[in-house]
Design a protein. Structure first.
Length: 149
């Protein structure tokens, strides 16, 4: 996983490496991700931010995950490899256990919230303020652990 490097630069570098290695599958999925980013830039007539590029790559991963549920076993390996390649260019995100630890300062507020939705709002506000890289489903799981639900 990358640290703070720009996702677009990482995609370009990995695509070049894949082409040199004559890895057609890797080259194809990485160029597809770059193409999606370029399409977004063309639509808005400005460069996408790193966060927007991350969201585009995550959307491709999610699409592959949804396709996996309806895919024949012989095609699964290809989609799983594509996802592994795409996830490797994204910054690391915190898991539910790490999120619970990071929420310690606001744990009482999370527990005191009237609903899971309000508790998640408290958690997200704290996490965004701390600059943590998280995914919504992991925050939901962490909130449920804190609330005992």
């Amino acid at each position: 996983m990358t640290s703070e490097k720009n996702v677009v630069d990482t995609l370009k570098a990995r695509a070049a490496e894949a082409m040199k290695a004559k890895d057609a599958a890797a080259s194809s999925i990485l160029r597809l991700a770059l193409g999606e980013i370029q399409t977004a830039e063309a639509r808005t007539n400005k460069a996408v931010s790193n966060d927007e590029a991350i969201a585009i790559v995550r959307k491709l991963v999610k699409s592959n995950e949804e396709t996996l549920t309806h895919t024949a076993p012989e095609q699964r390996a290809s989609l799983e490899r594509e996802n592994a390649l795409l996830l490797a260019v994204l910054p690391a995100t915190l898991g539910p256990e790490q999120i619970v630890e990071l929420l310690a300062p606001v744990a009482e507020a999370v527990r005191a919230a009237k609903s899971d939705g309000q508790a998640t709002g408290v958690a997200m506000k704290h996490l965004k303020g701390s600059g943590a890289s998280v995914q919504g489903n992991d925050v939901t799981a962490a909130v449920k652990r804190l609330r005992g639900t």
